[in-house]
Design a protein around this ligand. Structure first.
Ligand code: SF4
Length: 569
């Protein structure tokens, strides 16, 4: 298998315990990752279904260029109706399963149905010969790291895994889907975190999927020589080019100081936008620790040239977690009033191990910090009442505590990037079908004119949709223009940049339509009252954007040149 022709897709019915391999539809040729997930969900999933019921669909879809020699292009999307928001959701991750699925020629996995016995656990074994459902009851309740350690003993050394921890098995709304990374230990450290899609996988009774593409070559482009030359040129220019810091050297954790300076490093459940602990949470402290403890920067997927992922060791030099990212240092650190990056690293490991989104969990823990963060996370795995509330996210925790300061849009917790100073990011949180999700279209431009924010948000949303469909990691910083050049050589035909933007816009419309059919209305596009009333910074900045300005992001603006040449924030 290989190359853009002859691709296939996997269908799994967990009710009837059947699988099939089908030819990949020609008219889905230019869809991948997020755009493919949205198309499948709108055409095959009832938007009014119970997200944890048999009628929801779990989509696993690598980006379009995954499995090829294009650099940093193996991201994998997980999609479904979200148990957290009740709307459509796509979250994506690095690691190797996306690369491996596409090397086998599988463009997506579509999982429907539900086993009759909710206590049973199953796994999907995927190879070039097809897919098999196997019993996995022996792995029930295992945390992600123990699970992968055990699987590594029986599967080929190059197989990759997609798994859930106890949070997914308990069908908690903050549950993530883990993908194993590129290291030889295959750590389950790369998570499709947002929206509770781990609970959807858990509701299908699937504990893990294995993907074995051992000895499979990279996917071959139609214009193979040109594609390969383009990949090499792009890599060389990236590695020799200016301005690649901070990610390759220090990872996203190096954004802490800058974010703090512009009041978007939320402190203690967002009472302020700056933390007094910025020095001890700064990612540079992690980099400094490498000398004494070991660890360092690595790439989480085969073929990544950015290597933004920090491997964090404990004081004895043993592996603790990777990657400890900016969002986690913010939501599980500053926002919970925790001052030490080392303590946040412990919480990050717990979240990855239990299978939880660090953003949603951090927002929920911040509402309920009296018991101490580590104990609260362990309570999630133990299934206590308070643990279940936190595992179900910020809204469930706020409701339980009768707490008023709950920063969510469409039921999903706000990420670190605060909408009060970052108005265009706020427009994205309000208008994206995903709710408050910075990966849907982040704009880091405090002080932007109100005349520009809707268009800036829309352009960021189109760009991020296009990138999240291509397989490129957002941290590589690829523009739509560059994606168009890669696609054209891969397919052996001109794929115009305007066409890519149009496909992304079409995807956003399909996502909005899914939510409309699911019962969403204008009231779901509102920023929460706490963002409008509780000011931060010296000027007590609040969210003050009229809804008619927000709504402009729903009407397509005339594309500007920047749409095609800008890189994701
Ligand atoms: S840039 Fe970072 S997150 Fe993206 S694939 Fe590379 S190591 Fe993973």
């Amino acid at each position: 298998m290989g190359g853009p022709t002859g691709d296939r897709m996997i269908r799994v019915d967990m009710t009837n315990q059947t699988t099939s391999i089908e030819p990949y539809p020609e008219d889905w040729k230019f869809l991948g990752g997020r755009t493919l997930s949205a198309r499948i969900l709108l055409s095959e999933c009832d938007p009014t279904c119970d997200p944890l019921g048999a009628d929801n669909i779990l989509v696993i879809a690598p980006g379009l260029l995954a499995g090829t020699s294009a650099p940093t292009s193996g991201r994998i999307s997980v999609g479904g109706k979200s148990p957290l928001t009740g709307g459509i959701k796509e979250a994506n991750a690095g690691g190797d399963p996306g690369q491996d699925l596409m090397k086998l020629g599988y463009r997506c996995i579509i999982v429907k149905g539900q086993p009759a016995d909710p206590d049973r656990r199953y796994a999907l074994d995927i190879t070039g010969d097809g897919v098999t459902i196997i019993p996995a009851d022996e792995h029930k309740g295992k945390w992600n790291y123990k699970l992968i350690e055990d699987l590594a003993k029986t599967y080929p050394p190059k197989a990759s895994f997609i798994s859930i921890g106890p949070a997914g098995e308990m069908k908690l709304s903050g549950a993530s889907v883990a993908c194993t990374d590129h290291d030889k230990d295959r750590r389950p450290a790369r998570h499709a975190g947002r929206g509770g899609l781990g609970a959807v996988m858990g509701s299908k009774g699937i504990k893990y999927m294995s993907v074995d593409a051992t000895k499979r070559p990279a996917r071959k482009a139609e214009n193979s020589k040109e594609f390969s030359a383009m990949s090499k040129k792009y890599t060389k220019e990236y590695q020799e080019g200016p301005g690649q810091e901070p990610f390759p050297k220090w990872g996203t954790s190096a954004l802490v100081t800058e974010a703090n300076s512009i009041y978007t490093f939320p402190y203690k459940n967002r009472v302020e936008g700056r933390s007094p602990d910025v020095e001890t949470l700064d990612g540079m402290r992690i980099v400094e620790s490498f000398e004494e403890r070991g660890g360092g920067m690595h790439n989480c997927m085969t073929g990544c040239i950015v290597k933004c992922s920090n491997v964090v060791n404990d004081k004895d030099g043993n592996y603790k977690t990777s990657a400890l990212e900016f969002e986690t240092l913010t939501l599980l650190g500053s926002n919970c009033g925790i001052a030490s990056w080392d303590d946040v690293a412990d919480l990050d490991r717990l979240c990855d191990d239990i299978g939880l989104d660090t953003i949603e969990t951090g927002a929920a823990v911040a509402i309920d910090m009296d018991s101490g963060a580590k104990n609260l996370l362990r309570e999630i795995a133990e299934g206590t009442e308070i643990g279940k509330a936190i595992g179900n996210g910020a809204v469930a925790t706020g409701r339980r505590q009768k707490h008023k300061r709950v920063g969510t849009v469409k039921g999903q917790a706000l990420p670190a990037w605060d909408p009060r100073p970052l108005k265009a990011a706020g427009v994205t949180y309000c208008t994206s079908a995903m709710g408050a999700d910075h990966t849907a279209g982040l704009v880091v431009d405090p002080g932007q004119s109100i005349d520009d924010i809707a268009q800036a948000s829309q352009e960021a949303q189109i760009l991020n949709t296009a990138i999240d469909s291509s397989g490129f990691c957002q941290f590589l910083g690829t523009s739509i223009q560059e994606v168009s050049e890669f696609y054209s050589e891969f397919f052996g035909e001109k794929v115009a940049r305007e066409q890519i933007a149009d496909i992304a816009w079409q995807c956003m419309q399909e996502e909005w339509e899914f939510n409309r059919r699911a019962g969403f209305g204008p009231e779901d596009d509102e920023m929460p009252a706490t963002m409008k009333e509780d000011g931060i910074g010296p000027e007590k900045t609040v969210w003050d954007i009229p809804q008619e300005v927000v709504n402009k992001a729903y009407e397509r603006f005339e594309p500007r040149e920047e749409l095609f040449t800008q890189k994701p924030s």
